[in-house]
Design a protein around this ligand. Sequence first.
Ligand SMILES: [Zn+2]
Length: 217
Amino acid sequence: MYMGRLITVLFFVMTFSLYAQVSKTEKRIVSAVDAHHSEALKLLEEVVNINSGSMNFEGVKKVGMIFKLKLDALGFTTKWVDGKSWGRSGHLIAEHKGKGKTLLLVGHLDTVFELASPFQQFEMVNDSTMKGPGVGDMKGGDVVIIQAMQALKDAGVLKDMNIIIVMTGDEELSGRPLNLARKDLIDAARVADIALGFEDGDGNPKTAVVARRSSSG
Ligand SMILES: [Zn+2]
């Protein structure tokens, strides 16, 4: 989660212009990130210990409900979209209306570790490294989103921001038909000016991945 904090700070640096002198607002944001650090670790432990393999619909929803409550408390309008029509658990969608550009923040709730997997629990390897199913991919990223929104709120800048958060429940094993499974994410992308994904990138907190090649069948 040390990495998580760095990524959270990186997110703000990117949002509030790199290399500019650190403003009072940015200082408030950074201290808010620090103030909620152990709370974020606890949240990560809690969600990692809930199995949310893509086919464990109940577990995926349970993780979604935990993030939903956090976002409700931060003033987002949230909804759970049931995934019955595409054969998966569903998606969490949260919206915050403000002014200016619309940011889309993308996460996912599911992992590749189904109930049958022996890998189920959170564990600290040492004082700064944790291990657990979905810590990096990508419950850690989801927690960074929550922590970032908390810091913006604490710093008094969230109220003016236009933000949509979509955490899908079927990233690792997409539901079918795809046009239904991806409809909510695509709809959000259409109205967004900037989209940021919170999966781990290349492991270097100084960089952001801006494109990626892949193939699928
Ligand atoms: Zn992922």
